[in-house]
Design a protein around this ligand. Structure first.
Ligand code: SF4
Length: 608
């Protein structure tokens, strides 16, 4: 759309700027452009919860078009959880509506004197009083704003009480149940006394070559439907992973200590589909509709594998109804469920080992699997009441406050709580260690290692099937660098990862075709990956400026524990293997032995 909206909430001032074409070409949009603004404007002296931190909402060139699954938007800031690059990505109508309202980026700084929300309509912006909705949950906030403004089609991104209370694992919610989670973006929004952004527009999103673009879209859709994983995701969605991971011994259980959960069949996709009222929902323009939305008398919300693992297996909770109830509660309160489940599991282990007691927890018996206690703890965390104030800091800071050796049980990298799988995949180990947000499966996610059905893709992309062997470190630095750069592109186009590195339907060439026909800037897959490399390096440089180096490139400690069950029983990566992979990875990246991008690499990527 060519326009950037800047708001200074301390001065009650809004200005509109032209989007730099050079920046757009070099960083695409969405995550990439946001990361560049963060790198340029937020230095190491900035407090993540202070007025000088920026909160940046960004969309990409495909949002608002018919490009499949291009529904994502990214919110970026220096993270109050990790102190480094922070962002959360969500799929909802909010991204498309931002384009229809005329903006590619909304950059917010300062702090309002009282709670406010933004009303952006067709290029105009109003800073409105939000005192009447401050304290409300995310569901009621969205309902109230739509009612106030008299339009149900308005798109709203908002925080719940957790963000208002500066809980470091707070997220931003939109469309009632869509979450921009990870790294505490909700707390940054709360620190600015910004309750919500409401947005509505009617501008056209034009593409450069409509005929060629339509052809590229049809080609992409047919490739998505032809992939063998399409049916799995369309019918069972990410919850299908519960059974698969459990069989491999990689379903993170009991605070990542084990990889098999005895009650997995109680919380798997089949049990959910059979026993619970639900419907499948698509993000804006998505042919996969992988989202499973549940409606129960105790609440409603979106079910993902990450929720089942975090509020289920990780806490030894095999009660699916309680998981759904707690998903609904956490979403209403505006909490990142991966970080939340990891934090509760950590606290349960501290309770078991008597590092914290019932007295510390105001009488709550935080035993493994006690889902009623989990519900109470979630409320305490969101309100920062009692011991909730300690856990609201996330596992790293909470473990430091508890002391007595609690750090040993806090599973994180660079302060971000861990996610998902405990498989002995050597590539994933490296991906977690070097992800620019911390312990993050989404920065280097690859679904090639250990997946026989991806042999053809491994040969097509890397020229060898050897990267399939998850127990070998051979080729893994190349595998992970490629995926990190590719994911930076995907997130900057703001299209869905699932089409690209879960389904492997759309590769760099397909994305380049969509991008070129939409923008008129001719580019091929190779050049697109180079932009991805630039984005990854800008994020790394932001982190380096905050003190990050090789010493911090370590996965959560339990990823080194041998698997206790399943197909890969007895195996696991070793710290020595990680060091070997890091040497090769840094060299491939053009970073020095300490993990710092060299001057030569920065020059090559035109990063100043
Ligand atoms: S695949 Fe799922 S998460 Fe991705 S855009 Fe489609 S519905 Fe949304």
């Amino acid at each position: 759309m060519g326009q950037v909206l800047r708001l200074d909430l301390s001065r009650n001032k809004a200005t509109v700027h032209e989007l730099s074409k050079v920046l757009a070409r070099n960083f695409i949009g969405g995550r990439g452009l946001n990361s560049k603004v963060l790198y340029d404007e937020v230095g190491p002296d900035v407090d993540p919860l202070g007025p000088d931190n920026l909160l940046i909402f960004g969309v990409g060139p495909l949002n608002g078009t018919i490009s499949p699954s291009s529904s994502k938007w990214t919110v970026t800031a220096k993270s109050p959880l990790t102190g480094i690059t922070g962002d959360g990505c969500s799929g909802s109508g909010f991204g498309a509506e931002m384009k229809y309202a005329g903006f590619d980026q909304v950059i917010i700084k300062g702090k309002a004197k009282h709670p406010v929300y933004l009303w952006i309509e067709e290029g105009n912006v109003e800073i409105r009083d939000a005192s009447h909705i401050w304290g409300k949950d995310t569901l009621k906030t969205e309902e109230a704003i739509k009612r106030d403004l008299g339009d149900q089609k308005i798109q709203v991104a908002c925080i719940g009480p957790a963000g208002e209370n500066l809980v470091r694992i707070a997220c931003v919610m939109s469309n009632f149940y869509r979450t921009a989670a990870r790294t505490g973006m909700g707390a940054v929004m709360g620190s600015k006394s910004l309750k919500a952004i409401a947005i509505r527009g009617g501008k056209d999103v034009k593409v450069a070559d409509p005929e060629a673009f339509e052809e590229a879209v049809l080609d992409a859709k047919s490739k998505i439907r032809a992939d063998w994983m399409y049916d799995i995701y369309a019918t069972r969605g990410t919850p299908a992973l519960v059974d698969w991971l459990n069989a491999q011994g990689g379903l993170s259980t009991k605070n990542y200590e084990f990889g098999t959960f005895d009650e997995a069949s109680e919380i798997n996709a089949e049990t959910f589909l059979k026993k619970h009222e639900h419907t499948t929902i698509a993000c804006f323009g998505c042919p996969i509709h992988c989202t499973h939305y549940f409606m129960e008398e105790y609440g409603q919300g979106k079910l993902e594998f990450a929720h089942l693992f975090a509020l289920g297996a990780l806490c030894l909770n095999g009660n699916l109804s309680s998981i759904l109830e707690n998903i609904s509660l956490a979403s209403d309160l505006g909490l990142d469920i991966i970080s939340l489940g990891s934090t509760i599991a950590f606290a349960m282990e501290c309770y078991e080992k008597e590092l914290i007691t019932k007295k510390d927890l105001d009488g709550i018996a935080l035993e493994w699997g006690n889902h009623d206690a989990m519900k109470e703890i979630i409320k305490l965390i969101a309100s920062r009441k009692g011991f909730g104030d300690v856990l609201a800091e996330g596992v790293r800071k909470a473990s430091q406050r508890i002391g007595k050796g609690a750090e040993e049980f806090a599973q994180h990298t660079k302060g971000l709580e861990s996610c998902c799988q405990n498989l002995p995949k050597k590539g994933w180990l490296l991906a977690y260690a070097t992800a620019t947000r911390g312990s993050d499966h989404l920065r280097g996610m690859e679904n090639i290692e250990g997946i026989e059905g991806r042999k053809d893709k491994a040969i097509e992309i890397f020229g060898t099937p050897s990267v399939l062997d998850l127990l070998s470190i051979e080729g893994k630095p190349m595998l992970i660098k490629w995926h990190q750069d590719f994911l930076a592109v995907i997130d900057s186009l703001e299209t869905c990862k699932f089409n690209c590195d879960v389904l492997y339907a759309l590769g760099p060439e397909e994305l380049a075709n969509l991008y070129s026909t939409a923008t008129g800037w001719k580019i091929d897959g190779k050049e697109l990956l180079k932009i991805g490399e630039r984005i990854y390096n800008v994020e790394r440089m932001f982190n380096v400026r905050e003190g990050i180096s090789r010493k911090d490139d370590v996965p959560p400690s339990r990823m080194f524990n041998p698997l206790t069950s399943g197909r890969y029983k007895g195996t696991q990566a070793t710290p020595e293997e990680l060091q070997k992979m890091l040497d090769e990875y840094y060299e491939l990246r053009g970073w020095n032995k300490n993990g710092i991008p060299t001057k030569q690499k920065l020059k090559e990527l035109n990063i100043t």
